[in-house]
Write a protein that binds this ligand. Structure first.
Ligand SMILES: Cc1cc2nc3c(=O)[nH]c(=O)nc-3n(C[C@H](O)[C@H](O)[C@H](O)COP(=O)(O)OP(=O)(O)OC[C@H]3O[C@@H](n4cnc5c(N)ncnc54)[C@H](O)[C@@H]3O)c2cc1C
Length: 595
């Protein structure tokens, strides 16, 4: 079974050395209040919780799964106790604002915690993860009364929440949804309909479950413009802090599925369940979108967490498993054979996992910090710029990190050989668990369309320029810096490919929408590889400077990994550009009956 150690130094290097989040110029007030020492202590404590409480339940949770009986869902052994420790430790509140009892930890720091949870036990992470999304929707759009009723208990972990969007006939296209909301004379509503695939829709971890539900009012216009958001509790809260009547929102069954088996994926039947409108009638999708960026970034972090766990598992196995000799002769002549780690093909897998994981982490934390700037910076124009950048980069982070999570999990299995395919080693679970992250919160194909069709054109290119301009300026500024040139040059080349692809989308892609749509996934990957290349330049710049002050193998390893990224991963941008600009003709050539 792979053991897990949170990569604390990696996280602190990005937060404090590369991004300098606690520098007053960064403009996020929470850092001044907390300071580097407190944040380091929070991360240390979070690592202990993830390693000691959550990780030991990952395999058993997968083996046992959730069970369903007569509307009730039982989580696997140990999950309830782990959740109690989660609440006791105050972890449910760390990223929530202080006004409802939270600790207000910045998003960039919370990303580190979410990564640890996802590495240790992705299925467990879904319980509080979706609650956080429900909390954010209520915070942004709920009335004062709804906030007062629900937020304190969602923040302190007494209750957990869900997001109920999907229905049997619609997932991506929510404009088709049919759940109905009938108004009552007291201002509340009755919900009727069926939602499917609802994570943590029913379970035994908390006394109450708070559902955030998309539904249609009787006079709603058809399609996406006629959807409203509602809050619908399992038990109706009473004013004296007690629980009232059981609301008829009932779990009909749970899915048998590929991975995250300890997370119940529920069919939820709303049979006249009492609910309250959140925000404005028919503006439910707008309400959802305001918290969607963060929720999608969080799914990206789940992919990152799986990638780190797979890397750690693969590395430990590669150090210990003895097979064959190194191509250049025995490296460990006293042993019966050399360990796997001497073999270049195993090195190739490990280096790809390591450099992509570290690059993805830097990318996610950069965007997490921009999210914090968008909320907390004193300068409105800086807030707006950060908000634009987060909007642009959200589909990139979600899709790149989750694709990497799945690829890294697969590479982890490869390093284990046949043993990777056997359940007791825990590596195949990572592949199964990772797969869902590429699908939910909008499939990665939909993320690519969002990038190409919405984000690139938003504000007539203003949003896209929030990435292109600073990256171009950085590459120009550092092109002549002797130590950095070997890293800047390949990234500048890849960046120019991205510019060409973007121009092509603006012309050919506009003339023929099939061209843009068929290029979207390759374009997102090209974008992501350039963004990660840019982060590798920034990490290398920092590592070179710190290594000059005090030599450290940590920095030397960063520089070596950057070289691998430039030589072995970034060149893929060349074939992506060719692929993108080849257009859609070959994709659309077959008539439907010839498939
Ligand atoms: C384990 C699990 C947990 C989940 N948790 C939740 C939850 O808590 N709450 C919730 O509401 N939902 C949840 N979901 C649902 C999930 O978000 C949806 O499955 C997902 O959004 C995709 O919708 P769909 O399955 O209906 O696929 P479809 O929308 O039918 O899409 C099928 C395929 O077609 C592609 N496609 C669709 N439209 C287009 C287009 N215009 N152009 C190109 N390609 C397109 C998609 O990318 C996908 O590859 C969960 C699902 C699972 C499996």
């Amino acid at each position: 079974m792979p053991s897990y150690k949170a990569p604390l130094r990696e996280m602190q290097f990005i937060l404090f050395d590369v991004l300098k989040v606690d520098d007053p110029n960064n403009g996020v007030p929470a850092y001044a209040e907390m300071g580097q020492d407190v944040i380091a202590a929070v991360l240390e404590e979070a690592s202990r919780f993830s390693e000691e409480v959550l990780q030991p339940l990952n395999h058993s949770g997968d083996e046992e799964g959730c069970t369903f009986h007569d509307g009730a869902v039982t989580t696997p052994k140990g999950f309830k106790a782990a959740y109690e420790k989660f609440v006791e430790g105050g972890w449910s509140a760390i990223a929530c604002g202080a006004e409802h009892g939270g600790q207000g930890v910045p998003n960039a720091v919370n990303f580190a915690f979410e990564e640890m949870i996802s590495s240790a036990n992705l299925a467990f992470g879904l319980f509080p993860g979706l609650t956080h999304a429900a909390h954010n929707a209520l915070l942004a759009h709920g009335s004062a009364e709804l906030k007062q009723t629900y937020l304190p208990k969602l923040v302190d972990g007494t209750w957990l929440g869900t997001m109920c969007l999907t229905e049997p006939h619609c997932g991506t296209d929510l404009g088709l949804l049919r759940t109905r909301a009938e108004p009552l004379s007291d201002g509340s509503f009755l919900l009727n309909g069926t939602k499917i695939f609802i994570s943590a829709g029913e379970h035994d971890l908390t006394e109450n479950i708070i559902h955030l539900v998309l539904a249609r009012l009787p006079d709603a216009p058809p399609g996406i413009r006629g959807i409203s958001l509602f809050v619908c509790p399992k038990f109706l809260p009473l004013p004296d802090d007690k629980l009232g009547a059981r609301n008829p929102v009932v779990c009909g069954s749970i899915e048998k599925k590929m991975g995250i088996k300890a997370s119940p994926t529920c069919v939820m039947n709303f049979d006249g369940a009492k609910a309250w409108l959140v925000g404005v009638p028919n503006k439910g999708m707008t309400a959802m979108f305001t918290m969607m960026n963060l929720a999608r970034l969080m799914v990206g972090i789940q992919g990152l967490g799986i990638a780190e766990a797979a890397y750690q598992g693969g590395l430990s196995y590669a150090r210990n498993r003895l097979q064959m000799r190194a191509p250049t002769g025995a490296k460990y002549p006293n042993l019966a054979a050399d360990p796997l780690i001497v073999h270049p093909d195993i090195r190739r897998l490990l280096m790809r996992m390591k450099t992509m994981t570290e690059g993805c982490r830097a990318l996610a934390m950069w965007i997490g910090n921009e999210h914090d700037i968008a909320i907390g910076h004193h300068d409105a124009s800086r807030r707006e710029a950060a908000d634009d950048l987060v909007a642009l980069m959200t589909p990139v982070v979600k899709a790149m990190l989750t694709d990497h999570g799945f690829n890294a999990a697969n590479d982890g299995v490869q390093i284990f050989g046949g043993h990777g395919y056997i359940r007791e080693w825990g590596m195949e679970q990572l592949v199964r668990d990772a797969r869902i992250t590429q699908l939910y919160e909008g499939t990665n194909g939909i993320q690519a369309l969002d990038l190409v069709a919405r984000k690139l054109t938003m504000g007539t290119g203003r949003v896209a320029r929030r990435f292109f301009h600073p990256v171009a300026a950085y590459l120009e500024l550092n092109a002549a810096t002797a130590d950095l040139a070997e890293f800047i040059t390949p990234v500048a080349k890849a960046f120019s490919r991205l510019q060409q692809a973007t121009l092509w989308l603006g012309t050919a892609g506009t003339a023929n929408p099939d061209d843009a749509a068929s290029a979207a996934t390759d374009y997102l990957r090209l974008f992501g590889l350039v963004a990660i290349g840019y982060m590798w330049c920034r990490m290398t710049e920092t590592a070179l400077a710190l290594n000059k002050k005090k030599e450290d193998s940590f920095y030397a390893s960063k520089i070596a990994c950057a070289r691998f990224y430039m030589a072995k991963i970034l060149p893929e941008t060349g074939s992506l550009l060719i692929n993108i600009t080849a257009g859609s003709k070959a994709v659309m050539a077959l008539s439907e009956e010839h498939f």
